[in-house]
Write a protein that binds this ligand. Sequence first.
Ligand code: BES
Ligand code: MN
Ligand code: ZN
Length: 499
Amino acid sequence: MEFKIKTGDLARQKTPCLILGIFDKRKLSGPAETVDKASYGHLSQVLAKGDMDGEKGRTLMLYGVPGVEAERVLLVGCGKRKELTRAVYNQAMAAAVTLLNQTRTGEALSALAELAPEGMDKAQAVRDLVTTAADQIYRYTATKSEKRPVKHPLKGLTLWVSKKHDQEAAERAARQGAAIAAGVALAKELGDLPGNICTPSYLAQRAQELASDHPRLKVEILNEHDMQELGMGALLSVSRGSRQPAKLIVMRYEGGKQGDKPVVLVGKGLTFDAGGISIKPAAEMDEMKFDMCGGASVFGAIRAALALELPLNLIGVVPASENLPDGEANKPGDIVTSMSGQTIEILNTDAEGRLILCDTLTYCERFEPAVVIDVATLTGACLVALGKHPAGLFTADDKLAAEILAAGAYAGDRAWRMPLWEDYQTQLDSNFADMANIGGRDAGAITAACFLSRYTKKYPWAHLDIAGIAWRSGKEKGATGRPVALLTQFLLGRSGTTR
Ligand code: BES
Ligand code: MN
Ligand code: ZN
């Protein structure tokens, strides 16, 4: 989808469809009022008939509105003006696009950006509309016979801003929104693909494709032999029970100055997690194809950074493996030696994410990173603790925590900080190795983060547990593409630009 910004007289805009917000009860929003006047009160007359009161998510399409150039006028309910939240604001855009996808409109001009709730700046207002609209266009089709489920999807969206002096900021925001949306779409697609297609080798191939499309991206794939040479005993132990060889995908984007320390994003790329010998129950096990969503979000963030040509050095590292039961698989009680030299007693083979991540985090030392953020669907406990709204953020670094929380809040892709105190470390004590890979029933998300912290002493580090936010279950089952928006916002901040 293409996005543009426009200012000027709303009634004079030539467009197949003009989108206007209506508040409950039948209150015209600022731009709608302007159009109402130009149309000699046509909008008020229609609303007076009572077909649409402005309830959240309601829509009403009008044709032949007098006094305006637009071929159609789409009224979208925004609920009560005082109760307009960021979520409701975005729902209005989503409702408009859902309706337009069922028509032959093709292109539209939205005046919704002027209605953004208090506390959002113009850039956020525009960016949210762009990412929300783009998200409505996403359809998973890879393994469906019907490749065009939407016959006439919306192709272009122009966002109208009232003040000429907002135009430049709005254009920048639209560019950022489009880049984030492209990253989110990539993350969703990789997440949604089934485990028998989206294998470690498949992810590696997709990384190479990304590099062949973008000369500034260099991709290196480490195979199991390379991992053996590096001593990655923890990572290799997870993939031993699988017929699909593990891959360590390294994507380097050099947009910064030579010698600038890179931001390193690490993403768990577990392409299917059956639990191994500590096998998971059958119900909903299919959802463990989403266990590579951390890795997918790293792909997505890199895609966004490429689109924005961010002036920074960025490295994405995705350890990719399956976790299956097998005669060769890890057994409870097995002890492996990680690349760091620390030994690990595997008390539960289903706590495999931390095993593939710990060697990857040690590997990252060679990049002398400015910061490492790992993203992982790491623990069911994080979902229990925080539900499906924020990612769990774990770091001992208060400044870094504030930076990540702010990036998430600005981007509308929030994280919530959890403690990472030394007090919890003893839960990982083992009688037979330097540590166990599980820490008992209490504080499961925290002890998982404590485990990772033992491999990240050489650089500033934060961990995002996305178990609750990476995908939706039930009727709307599918990857969300989170936290691509948070990561991209973080990168925008680190690159010191507003491009
Ligand atoms: N991938 C899972 C975590 C997960 C489970 C994410 C459910 C989202 C929904 C991870 O590999 C895992 O199995 N973790 C175990 C850890 C436990 C054995 C300490 C868990 O959370 O049950
Ligand atoms: Mn597991
Ligand atoms: Zn897992």
